[in-house]
Design a protein around this ligand. Structure first.
Ligand SMILES: Nc1ncnc2c1ncn2[C@@H]1O[C@H](COP(=O)(O)OP(=O)(O)O)[C@@H](O)[C@H]1O
Ligand SMILES: [Mg+2]
Length: 380
């Protein structure tokens, strides 16, 4: 029997729940050619939702380009990946697609080799004397000029990573070209709130107010509970509401970690024939912590005392770390010191600021601190 839960990767179909409102509103925006900026911390389900949008728009006859900026390490890489994605939309007409791309994009030589399975594999070589900004411009304009009737959706995932390429003025080029596009809609998705805000909400920045900002929230608790109950039921196991709630609580309702802890719990029930109980959920958490303890300990060891104290405090209570009461209660020192510590923790992505609260980006690390650090008083 296959585990009814999946985590750490893009999910669809039975492993995917809710997002109906977000889905409908994104589809409507895309159809109206509005650009969108979607933000949430990591592992809330952005890429999975974007995959669903991709499938929907394709079913409606659109071409869709999906590009993950983690894969983009240079302007050359961007041009190659982008041209390839456009090429792959030409399906069985790939020969004419290749010709068109070769004639429309200056400064590159696209080639296609056929692999052992008979599939075309696309790559390009660059003209040594190519004017890169011009090549970038013509590759971005492909969606507008390839076919006058075709509509395109272009998705840039983890878009904040563009800031790594900024030395080249990449964001300015990108904006100056795509702002004129009529047939293409753009979705910019990202997981670093600060960086996205800087790109899209600062008057001096290239992408100032370029798209409507949309915050992807957690999935409502009631729907998440129903999802857990239904997935357990699909393997013949009855999950009570209180246990579903316990799984969600331990995962801070972050979708990835809800499925992670649920998967471990299911495993204990199914493989060890244990009976489902609250204790079993805790046993599942302990198993995960055992598996990850070296990794968590390594992170912990890199932190300063102030960061450790701040994390210990936040693991117990994240209500208002800048209040005097909080500082006294947790023996944290001056506000500026806490601010400094939190700033570093955010830069290292240990903490995220979402919906006005500070959260552990990995709730298991929070549990590690509670159960393995604080309980054993190892932090001073
Ligand atoms: N709609 C959803 N329903 C249930 N679980 C989800 C959903 N979206 C995401 N998840 C869970 O979160 C994990 C990470 O999803 P992903 O789309 O990669 O997030 P992100 O792109 O925001 O980092 C998935 O493997 C899955 O466990
Ligand atoms: Mg993602």
């Amino acid at each position: 029997m296959q585990n009814p839960f999946q985590y750490g990767k893009v999910v669809s179909d039975a492993y995917f729940t809710d997002r109906e409102e977000e889905f409908a509103s994104i589809v409507a925006e895309v159809k109206n050619r509005h650009n969108l900026v979607m933000y949430s911390p990591r592992r809330y389900g952005k890429t999975s939702l974007l995959l669903k949008i991709t499938q929907e728009m394709k079913a409606r006859g659109w071409n869709v380009i999906y590009l993950d900026f983690y894969r983009v390490t240079s302007l050359h890489a961007f041009i190659e990946i982008y041209a390839r994605e456009v090429f792959y939309q030409s399906d069985n007409k790939w020969k004419s697609g290749l010709k068109k791309i070769a004639s429309l994009v200056k400064g590159i030589h696209p080639v296609v080799s056929i692999d052992s399975l008979g599939n075309p594999a696309f790559s390009i070589s660059f003209d040594p004397v190519a004017d890169l900004p011009q090549t970038l411009e013509s590759v971005l304009n492909l969606t507008e000029v390839l076919n006058s009737k075709q509509k395109w959706l272009v998705i840039f995932d983890e878009f904040q990573e563009i800031t790594k390429l900024n030395g080249m003025g990449f964001d300015n080029h990108l904006r100056s070209v795509i702002q004129h596009h009529q047939k293409s809609s753009y979705i910019f998705s990202g997981s670093r709130y600060h960086m996205l805000m800087e790109l899209f909400n600062q008057p001096k920045k290239a992408f100032y107010r370029f798209g409507k900002m949309m915050h992807l929230d957690k999935i409502p608790v009631e729907l998440m509970k129903a999802f857990l109950i239904e997935r357990f039921a699909s393997t013949g196991i009855k999950l009570g509401e209180d246990i579903a709630q316990a799984i969600i609580d331990r995962a801070d309702n972050i979708p990835n970690y809800v499925q992670f802890i649920a998967a471990e719990t299911w495993q204990l029930v199914w493989l060890n024939k244990s009976s489902l109980s609250l204790e079993l959920v805790d046993q599942a958490v302990q198993t995960v912590l055992d598996n990850q303890k070296d990794y968590f300990m390594q992170i912990w060891d890199t932190l300063s005392i102030q960061q450790k104290k701040t994390l210990v405090a936040l693991s117990k209570d994240n209500s208002n770390p800048y209040s005097l009461d909080y500082q006294k209660l947790h023996n944290l020192g001056a506000t500026s010191t806490i601010q400094g510590a939190i700033k570093r923790l955010i830069a290292d992505e240990i903490i995220v600021f979402d919906n006005d609260v500070y959260l552990f980006s990995d709730p298991l690390f929070k549990l590690f601190i509670q159960l393995r650090i604080v309980a054993l008083r190892r932090f001073t």
